[in-house]
Design a protein around this ligand. Structure first.
Ligand SMILES: C[S@@+](CC[C@H](N)C(=O)[O-])C[C@H]1O[C@@H](n2cnc3c(N)ncnc32)[C@H](O)[C@@H]1O
Length: 368
């Protein structure tokens, strides 16, 4: 008897996101049988696709023999709305939605997430190679306005006792340069555009954009509770001669209400003399973590872990509206939370699918 895979199971089989599977189905590159709300894909179709169907043929993450998640008669999930399928999250713990956060977040239900952890594109710093990317606005004020509007939606979808952890860094004015060359040590530094110097600022000025966004969020209704300095001991060297090398970014903690869930015990740090534990301090020294597959800066897991531990309990739902390579999903899985990610670049959605599947595979191995 033939085995059939749901789109979610096919995503795990091919090591790509379920969004990508749906795209393949839409493009009729994957033949399916329709059953109820979902598509079912026959195993032989998937294995042929894995071998011959893709432009870049990759090895499926799961060997066929290991694909014991396959069910001949998979249960249909009852979608509670268009995007978030809580039943599916119960099984897999993660859902990644490929699209523009500005559109997608408006379609998520109120009071859903206990904790939001995210790092948006910084202004004029990276080129994520897609239309409608945030961070490429010529006008700084447009960038700030866009983020405040998205984070206002974040407040709506956050539970009333939830917290929002925002990692963001400052930038310098481009000094009239229109592009930036690729750096052999850091491909992500190449820029096909550089925004003009904002009105009132000069060449070489430090733009306190992180604080501008934080203050604008506060005025918009957020409670700003902490500014945490993320100190990067292994920061990128800079070739500057007339200022210090920047070795930190900010992590702002906001709450939706005056009273909120905060598990202080879960993130306490030990005294240097080893005599017990103290409340966690606001300077966190954490090395950046390379991610071989992504050409942009990903969150170090150690930066995300305290946010999720302090801001949520097991089985809570976490959101990252700028999901990138999916680090927030990985940490959520490790800590038995569920996660929804939104990401505009389908290639990054694929990367996150592979990284998450690897963690899920490792967790399943640990359990067995
Ligand atoms: C700083 S990266 C996030 C990295 C992530 N924290 C990680 O650990 O991989 C910002 C991400 O926002 C995405 N992005 C940019 N504009 C977006 C938009 N309009 N909607 C959704 N995602 C967007 C970029 O493609 C990029 O992956």
């Amino acid at each position: 008897m033939s085995k059939y895979y749901t789109t979610e199971e096919a995503a795990l089989y091919l090591g790509v996101s379920s969004a990508r599977i749906r795209q393949y189905i839409l493009e009729e590159r994957l033949q399916t049988d329709k059953s109820g709300r979902d598509h079912l894909i026959e195993e032989s179709v998937l294995s042929d696709f894995a071998m011959f169907g893709r432009k870049k043929v990759g090895r499926p993450f799961l060997e066929q023999g290991n694909a014991d998640i396959v069910t001949a008669e998979p249960e249909r999930a009852s979608a509670s709305n268009r995007f978030i399928n809580i039943d599916q999250l119960d099984e897999e713990g993660i859902q990644v939605i490929n699209g523009d956060t500005r559109d997608i977040i408006k379609q998520l239900p109120d009071d859903t997430f206990r904790c939001v952890v995210t790092s948006p594109p910084y202004w004029g710093v990276r080129d994520y190679g897609v239309e409608n990317q945030i961070g490429a606005e010529p006008d700084l004020q447009d960038y700030i306005k866009t983020l405040v509007e998205i984070f206002s939606e974040v407040r709506r979808v956050l539970k009333s006792d939830g917290t929002f952890w925002l990692n963001i860094g400052n930038t310098y004015t481009s000094g009239g340069r229109k592009w930036r060359q690729e750096d052999s040590k850091n491909r992500g530094r190449a820029m096909s555009y550089r925004p003009p110097t904002p009105d009132g600022l000069k060449k070489k000025d430090l733009i306190g954009v992180a604080w501008m966004v934080a203050m604008a969020c506060q005025l918009d209704g957020w409670y700003l509770r902490n500014d945490i300095i993320w100190h990067k001991p292994n920061c990128q060297p800079e070739s500057v001669k007339d200022r210090l090398t920047v070795a930190h970014e900010y992590l702002f903690m906001f709450s939706k209400s005056e009273q909120y869930y905060f598990n202080q015990e879960a993130i306490k740090e030990s005294y240097t003399n080893g005599n017990g534990f103290k409340n966690k301090r606001t300077v966190w020294s954490i090395n950046t973590e390379p991610c071989a597959e992504a050409h942009f800066a990903v969150f170090p897991k150690n930066l995300v872990r305290p946010c999720i531990l302090a801001g949520s309990e097991e089985n809570d739902l976490i959101l990252d509206p700028f999901y990138g390579a999916g680090t927030v999903g990985i940490v959520s899985q490790e800590l038995n939370r569920k996660c929804v990610g939104i990401e505009i670049n389908p290639d990054y959605v694929d990367i996150s699918g592979r990284r998450n599947a690897r963690v899920q595979g490792a967790l399943m191995l640990q359990e067995s």
